[in-house]
Design a protein around this ligand. Structure first.
Ligand SMILES: [Zn+2]
Ligand SMILES: [Zn+2]
Length: 332
C-alpha cells in the first residue's frame, strides 16, 4: 500500500484482507478436518476379539437375575408393610375388646358370647398376621442370601472380563496412537507447505501489489498450523514450539524495524524528507529553517545542505528532493 492510496481505499483493502483471512482460515479448517476424519481403530472391535462371548452373556444374565431378585425383595417388603399395618389393627381391636371384657367383669355383668367370639377372632387375626410377617422375613433373608451370592458371582465375572479387556485396550491404544500420528502427519504435509509458501511470498515480494492476499493466506495457515500442533502434540512439546515461533516472529519484525530505522528504504526516506520540508524543518535533525533565506542554505544545527542553486535555472532548490520546483529539472 503506497502512501498515495486514498484513505477509503486503504480501509476497504484492510477490511477485505481480514475477510479473506477469515474465509481462508475457514477453508483450511474444513480441509484439515476432512484429512483427520478417517475412521480410526474401534475399541469395540478389539474388545469383541479378545473377550469370551460366553462370559459377556453370563454377565448379562447375572445382571438380569439381580434385577429380578431385587424386584421380588421389594415385593416381599411391600407385603411385610401391609402385614405390619393389619397386625397393628388386629392388636388394637384385641386390646379394645379385652378392655370391654374386663369392664363387664368388674361390673359383675356376664360377658356376651359375641364379645368372647370377637376377642378370639381378633387374637386369631393377630397371630396369623404375625406368622405371615415371620414368613416374609424368612423369604427376605433367603432373597438377601441369593442376592449376595449373585453379587459375588457378578463381581468375579466382571473381574475376569476386565482381565480379558485390558490387553485389548492396550492394543487398541497403540493402534489409536499410530492412527492419530498418521493423521497429524497428513495435516502437516498439507499445512506446512502452504505456510512456507505464504512466508516466502511475503519475504520475497515485498513490493507486490498482492501483499495483503499473501498476508491473509500466511496468517491463516500459521493459525491452522498452531491448531494442528496443539491438537496432535503433547502440550509440553507444543508449549515450546509456540513460544519459539512467537520469539522468531517478534524478532523478525523487530530486526526489520531496527533495520529500516537505521537505513530507511528509499520510499520511507523520501516521505520523511517531503514531510520535513513541508513543515519547514531540517529532515536530518528537525531544526527549523527560516522562510526567508539565501539561494543556498545549510542547516546550522547539523550541517546538512538543504537548499542550493539549481544547475539548470539558478533558482534555490530543495537539495534533498529529486526535482527543482522552479524548472522541474531532475537531479537524480
Ligand atoms: Zn539539520
Ligand atoms: Zn531549476
Amino acid at each position: 500500500m503506497s502512501h498515495t492510496t486514498p484513505r477509503a481505499a486503504t480501509r476497504a483493502i484492510r477490511f477485505l484482507s481480514v475477510l479473506l483471512f477469515l474465509f481462508v482460515a475457514w477453508l483450511f479448517d474444513f480441509i484439515l478436518s476432512d484429512i483427520g476424519n478417517s475412521k480410526g481403530p474401534q475399541l469395540q472391535t478389539y474388545h469383541s476379539e479378545a473377550v469370551d462371548p460366553a462370559l459377556v452373556q453370563r454377565e448379562q444374565d447375572l445382571i438380569q437375575e439381580t434385577t429380578k431378585l431385587n424386584g421380588s425383595k421389594n415385593r416381599q417388603k411391600e407385603i411385610q408393610e401391609n402385614l405390619r399395618a393389619s397386625m397393628e389393627v388386629a392388636k388394637e381391636t384385641m386390646e379394645q375388646m379385652a378392655g370391654l371384657h374386663r369392664l363387664s367383669l368388674e361390673r359383675g355383668i356376664e360377658p356376651s358370647t359375641d364379645q368372647s367370639k370377637a376377642i378370639a377372632e381378633a387374637q386369631q387375626r393377630y397371630i396369623q398376621s404375625q406368622s405371615s410377617f415371620e414368613e416374609a422375613n424368612e423369604k427376605i433373608a433367603d432373597l438377601n442370601a441369593s442376592a449376595h451370592a449373585l453379587g459375588q458371582e457378578l463381581n468375579y465375572t466382571r473381574e475376569m472380563l476386565e482381565e480379558q479387556r485390558k490387553p485389548a485396550f492396550e492394543k487398541w491404544q497403540r493402534a489409536h496412537d499410530v492412527h492419530e500420528f498418521k493423521a497429524a502427519g497428513l495435516k502437516l504435509i498439507f499445512i506446512v507447505p502452504v505456510f512456507l509458501l505464504g512466508a516466502f511470498s511475503i519475504a520475497r515480494r515485498k513490493d507486490s501489489l498482492y501483499r495483503p492476499i499473501f498476508m491473509a493466506i500466511f496468517v491463516a495457515s500459521f493459525w491452522q498450523l498452531g491448531l494442528v500442533m496443539h491438537e496432535h502434540f503433547p502440550s509440553e512439546f507444543f508449549k515450546y514450539i509456540a513460544i519459539l515461533a512467537g520469539i522468531v516472529i517478534v524478532m523478525t519484525f523487530l530486526v526489520r524495524t531496527l533495520q529500516s530505522a537505521a537505513k530507511p528504504q528509499p520510499a520511507a526516506l523520501l516521505n520523511r524528507r517531503r514531510e520535513a520540508y513541508h513543515k519547514e524543518i531540517c529532515p536530518a535533525c528537525a531544526y527549523p529553517f527560516p522562510n526567508a533565506r539565501a539561494t543556498a542554505y545549510t542547516c546550522p544545527s547539523c550541517g546538512t545542505g538543504l537548499f542550493s542553486a539549481c544547475s539548470s535555472c539558478g533558482e534555490s532548490r530543495h537539495d534533498l528532493l529529486s526535482f527543482c520546483s522552479h524548472c522541474g529539472s531532475d537531479r537524480s
